[in-house]
Design a protein around this ligand. Structure first.
Ligand code: HEM
Length: 245
C-alpha cells in the first residue's frame, strides 16, 4: 500500500485557537512528519487503557435500553451514531458528548466550510477536555473519527445480517499528496487503512459495533429499499428503521 504511505494534503496552520480549523491543524489525521508521529502517539496512548470487552458490554446494554419499549427505531439516528461515540467518550473519561461530536464530525474534513453550530459544539467539547491543547485535540479527534465510520460499521453490519448480502465497506477512499498533487486513494480491501496512518481504533470500533449488533438480534427491517448517505466517500445507510421480529 505505498500510496497510503504518502503524506496527507496539508491543512492551514494559521487558524483561530479552538476553531474547527484548529482541530484539523492539531490532529494526527491531517498532519505529516514529526507532528503526525507525536499526535498519533497521543491518540494511541489515550486509547491504550480502554478495555474493549467493557466497550462491547456497555454498547450492548445501552442499545438494549434504547430499543426497550420502542416499536420502530431508526438505528442510524438513535443508535449507530450516539451509542458508540457516547460509550467511547465515557471510556476516555469524558461525559456522553455524542450530541456535540456529531456536528463536529460533519464539519471535520477540510473541504467542508464549518457552520456556527459545529463551532459551538467544538467549543463545548474543548471545555470538557480542559482547554485547547494538542491532547484535547487528540481526544476529540478520536471521537470524531469514531463517529461516522463506526455508525457505518453498525449500519452495514446490520443490513448485511438482515438481508444476507455481504457487508459494504463504510469508508471508501482517503486523500494523499503524491508528486505535488492531491489525489483520492481507494481503501478498497483495507477497511481500516494501512501503513503508518492505519486506523488506531479498529479493535475498539469492532467491539462497539459488535455490542450494538448483539442487542439488535431478532429485529427486522421495516422497509425494503435502503437510502444511502449522500457523501461520496461514505457507504452507509442514511436511515435504517427496524422493528422487533
Ligand atoms: C472507535 C472507533 C474509531 C476510532 C477511535 C478511530 C480513530 C482513528 C484515528 C485517530 C485515525 C487517524 C490516524 C492517523 O492519521 O494516524 C483513523 C484513521 C482511519 N480510520 Fe479510524 N477510528 C475508528 C473507527 C473506524 C472505522 C469503523 C473505520 C472503517 C470501517 C475506520 C477507518 C479508518 C481509516 C480507513 C483510517 C485511515 C485514513 C487514512 O489513511 O487517510 N475507523 N481512525
Amino acid at each position: 500500500m505505498t500510496s497510503l504511505s504518502a503524506p496527507v494534503p496539508p491543512v492551514p496552520s494559521e487558524v483561530a485557537l479552538g476553531s474547527i480549523a484548529w482541530l484539523r491543524a492539531s490532529v494526527a489525521r491531517f498532519s505529516n512528519g514529526p507532528d503526525h508521529t507525536r499526535r498519533r502517539a497521543l491518540a494511541v496512548d489515550a486509547l491504550a487503557p480502554v478495555d474493549t470487552d467493557a466497550l462491547q458490554g456497555t454498547a450492548f446494554s445501552r442499545t438494549h435500553r434504547i430499543v426497550a419499549g420502542l416499536d420502530v427505531v431508526d438505528v442510524m439516528a438513535e443508535i449507530a451514531r450516539p451509542v458508540p461515540v457516547g460509550v467511547l467518550a465515557e471510556a476516555l473519561g469524558l461525559p456522553d458528548v455524542s450530541a456535540d461530536v456529531t456536528p463536529v464530525a460533519a464539519a471535520y474534513h477540510p473541504h467542508v466550510l464549518p457552520g456556527a453550530a459545529a463551532e459551538a459544539a467544538l467549543t463545548r467539547l474543548i471545555a470538557e477536555c480542559g482547554g485547547p491543547t494538542e491532547l484535547a485535540a487528540a481526544r476529540i479527534g478520536l471521537l470524531v473519527q469514531a463517529c461516522d465510520a463506526t455508525a457505518g460499521l453498525v449500519g452495514n453490519g446490520l443490513l448485511a445480517s438482515l438481508t444476507g448480502k455481504p457487508a459494504e465497506q463504510p469508508v471508501l477512499a482517503t486523500r494523499r499528496r503524491i508528486d505535488g498533487e492531491d489525489v483520492t486513494v481507494s481503501l478498497d480491501g483495507t477497511p481500516f487503512g494501512a501503513g503508518p496512518r492505519a486506523c488506531p481504533g479498529a479493535r475498539q470500533a469492532v467491539a462497539l459495533a459488535t455490542g450494538v449488533l448483539e442487542a439488535l438480534r431478532g429485529f427486522r427491517l421495516t422497509e425494503v429499499e435502503t437510502t444511502w448517505v449522500p457523501a461520496p466517500n461514505l457507504r452507509m445507510p442514511a436511515v435504517l428503521r427496524v422493528t422487533r421480529g
